[in-house]
Write a protein of this length. Sequence first.
Lengths: 221, 556
Amino acid sequence: MNDALEQLLQNPRVWRGQSDASARQGLATGYPRLDQHLPGGGWPPHALTEILLERYGSGELKLLMPALARLSQAAGKPRDDAADAGWLAWIAPPFQPYPPALMQWGIDLSRVLIVRPRQGSDALWAAEQALSSGNCAAVLLWSEAFDHAASRRLQLAAEQGASWAIAFRPPGARREHSAAALRLELANGRTGTDIFILKSRGGRPAAVHGVIHDYASLPGS
Amino acid sequence: MVTPAKTPASLRDAGPTSAVTRRRKPPPAQQSLALTPAAGTAPAAGLPRAAATRQLWLCLYLPGLPLAALQCAAAEPVDAVFDEQQGLRRILLATPAAAAAGVHPGLSVNAALALVPGLQLAARCPAREQRSLQRLAGWAERYTSFVVVEPPATLLLEIAASLRLFGGLQALRRQLLRELDSQGFAAQAAIAPTPLAATWLARAGQRRCIVRPDRLSGTLSTLPVACLDWPAAVTDALYGMGIRCIGDCLRLPRAGFARRFGAARLLQLDRALGRLPDPRDKYSLAERFCADRDLDEEQADSELLLRLCEQLLLQLERFLLARQLAVQRLQFVFYHLQEPATSLALGSARAERSMAQWLELLKIRFERVALPAPVISIRLRAGRGQPLTATSGRLGFAGEGRPGVPIAHLVERLAARVGERAVHGVATVAEHRPDYAWRLRRACDDTPRCRTEPHPGHAHRAPQLLADMRRTGSLLLQRPLWMLDAPAPLACRDGRPCYEGALELRSGPERIETGWWDEAGIARDYYVALNPAGVHLWVFRDRTGDGGWYLHGIFG
């Protein structure tokens, strides 16, 4: 293959059916059954992930915790002098993320940044700033004012800042287009949280049942 | 001081200090010069010369200050400045272009306007001149640690110790004049071992450079009396006596001179010649920055306003750089003609002095501010300066990763738009009551991490810790990831709490009690409950009051 084509294919914005998107190693979710269905074996790095859910408490945070904990610990190593990387930004969370619980999951609290804007448009703006700053390993966003344009902006900002964007949206967003690399829908099933992969760049839609079956399960238990 | 009572001593020879003048005209000088040492400063005879060799003063005299001060504050160029004397408005200074058209100092304003109809005139503003002079003094401090401000239009710089750094006398003078010129000021500069001599030389427009004290009296003698800046009555009297230059003054008998013109004038002459020490007050820097930018007419164009703000920020940066300071708070005030002023406060997470950084914050804030009316004047005020904490950067080869941009920049940008209180970090607190087991903290601290986090390794150890606890079967407290700001009361049906349906208690109770020491005591039984929608909740029964049920957290 010639160089130009090779370059083009390396561009993360090029969507290729189910070819080797695994070229980019995913960020292991901590849930092996889910990893199997994700291209790259985990969360798509430097991209936008959308999580659709009916109600808070569907295991949405537990789903992310193992990966977030690893990100924050990787950056918090003592050798990492003044370089301010590896922050976890929480933009407009609906409730208070509870620090003792975050610590139980292994999150480095000194790298947690919480932003509570008053307006929805501010939340998007703040997420974009945090993503493109290069300081944040992951940015979690809860915003009502989310549309296709916003998803594109976040996706680009995530690529630019080499960060992982996670947007939480209501299930109605299923019908809207999105530039996200990965879209999941969460639902509380009979055996725990069911995850439906709606869109996966380089993968294919799937349903994984009962991924998180214990309300307070910690990784490995 | 010189008093008639001391006159008998004047007959004594003054020793070495008298040498120069004595050579010129021995008998009167001998008689007069003796006065000063007899005035109680006998050792002073030898002292001034030694002191004078150590000092070298550069005087910057700014004759065009009234005009230049106005020009650098106004948006449109001013052609001439006038002041009012005895009810007459007369031209004080004019630009070269205006002067070429015939607008000379002393001309009445009406005559000047008749000569050049479109002449831009402005009234003299002494306060602004002084502000300009202070600002220049701050600028001059980068060349020496000792700057003296001599109103109305003179700066004195003690440069003996700065010569080697700046490449010698001439190089330093050239650099000073060039930089003054770039700021819009033209100066006459002269160098002499005493401050007064330098001042007089500069005032006379002589570009002399006197380094050796023994050359002083020879050079000063040729200067006209007018450059001494003495009151008109004194100079007129001197002219009446046929005295034209300083040399003539020096030839007069000291006692008579002091009696006629005041001992203070004699003292000035002695100081200028280096016979007596001339202590000066050092200019001390203003602690806080404050600058104005006036507009000729009201402006509403935000692009233009931002550009003007940028100029103010540039001034601020210079100010801070000279002091090795940084500030954390800035305030822009936009004045309107009719409406009350609009104030815009900027804050940054850590002390900052870079103009670019402040400008970025300003732009974020500015686009969200609705100015009620066009702006006529802008003021920038800085908060208290803090010593700049410099951090050493990383060497290029040091490793992987992008060059680290401090998180503080991100925090500042976010705080500028959403408000400072809306951006924060969190920390845990060693406390058994769930409400108090955590606190907000500032998003980024400049203090080293080990001080803010007592156990830096704790977070990394957590997974290991958890695994150990699980293996040994020790109790791990179940805490939800989502917490409500305050417990929400739950409805009860048939004695069972409900939240989107009746709750099913899965585990518990976990009893958490007391807190009498801060009057926020609790007595609660916490349960993990499951609602019909499959959401796990953290609820408690309050054991103090009516035994009601509350929702406190959600297992997200």
